[in-house]
Design a protein around this ligand. Structure first.
Ligand SMILES: NC(=O)c1ccc[n+]([C@@H]2O[C@H](COP(=O)([O-])OP(=O)(O)OC[C@H]3O[C@@H](n4cnc5c(N)ncnc54)[C@H](O)[C@@H]3O)[C@@H](O)[C@H]2O)c1
Length: 264
């Protein structure tokens, strides 16, 4: 925290606090790194993902690194009962929920006009309904505390319509996540809860159909002013700022972390 503390102006983050991080079970994902960065910043972390095996590996890795305030809970975020069961476990085992980082998502390389309804609805279910269910349950816990930090994850695909891998269906879902952020920022702000959204450009993870080869990274880097794809830690650091004490006046913002790939 800076010496000009924001704590008195904005409400103090409690010392014992939990951040719920969805999408934390990917072996090379943004969620895994975000969990580590938040643990290092003093948060207890609930790791949420549908990939139980990946989640267990991430929890083991974090415990090996000396972090004990961590609990992995296999969850389907698109299923209300699964989300309710996850929050029950969090309530019983970890400090109060003050942070929520909605990172779980699925990509979709299918064009809108070629997508069948089942696939369209699957993309909406994870990216949109899942974020909604996680926010709703988190807000019920944050409102009585009068403080909270929520981060959704969009994509610059919401602005540029996508490219070779992510296309119009994904763009639709990721644009909805921005609208959800604006609504939540307005509706939850009076309770001391901030809601923001991160819109990453291409990041070096496995979401685009597997590990990125050097060749693919080079071709993806064309058109990015910084000349490279981003690293998961660069998203994690942005999330950590939004969850920090001094990040508390940012509300309803979309933060692009994309090397300058898309400029409005
Ligand atoms: N990597 C990129 O280039 C990029 C760019 C823009 C936005 N994003 C977004 O960033 C977020 C994180 O992606 P990532 O790159 O770390 O990919 P990732 O595939 O490593 O992480 C996504 C995680 O979500 C989990 N998940 C999928 N469906 C789920 C469900 N129903 N319930 C719970 N968990 C579920 C997956 O198991 C996976 O671990 C996603 O929302 C993605 O859309 C990524």
């Amino acid at each position: 925290m800076t010496s000009e503390s924001t704590a008195t102006a904005t409400g103090l983050l409690p010392e014992q606090r939990t951040a719920v991080v969805t999408g934390a079970g990917g072996p090379a994902g943004i969620g895994r790194v975000t969990a580590r960065v938040l643990l290092e910043a003093g948060w207890a972390v609930a790791l949420i993902d549908i990939n139980a095996e990946g989640l267990a590996a991430v929890e083991a890795e974090l415990r090996e690194a000396g972090h004990s305030a961590v609990l992995s809970i296999p969850t389907n975020i698109a299923d209300e009962a699964s989300v309710a069961a996850a929050y029950e476990q969090i309530d019983a085992n970890l400090p109060p929920v003050v942070g929520l980082v909605n990172l779980a998502g699925i990509a979709c390389p299918v064009a809108l006009h070629e997508c069948d309804v089942a696939q369209f609805e699957r993309v909406m279910a994870v990216n949109v309904t899942g974020s909604f269910l996680m926010i709703k349950a988190a807000a019920a816990r944050m409102i009585p505390q009068g403080i909270g930090r929520i981060v959704n994850t969009s994509s610059i695909t919401a602005f540029d319509g996508g490219g070779t891998f992510s296309k119009g269906v994904y763009a639709t879902a990721k644009a909805a996540v921005i609208g959800m952020c604006h609504g939540a920022a307005r509706e939850l702000g009076p309770y001391g809860i901030s809601t923001n959204v991160i819109a990453p450009g291409p990041i070096d993870t496995e979401i685009m159909g597997g590990k990125l080869s050097d060749e693919r990274k080079a071709s993806m880097s064309a058109g990015i002013p910084l000349g490279r794809v981003g690293q998961p830690v660069e998203i994690a650091a942005t999330v950590a700022f939004l969850l920090s004490q001094d990040g508390g006046y940012v509300n309803g913002a979309t933060l692009q972390v994309d090397g300058g790939k898309y400029m409005h």
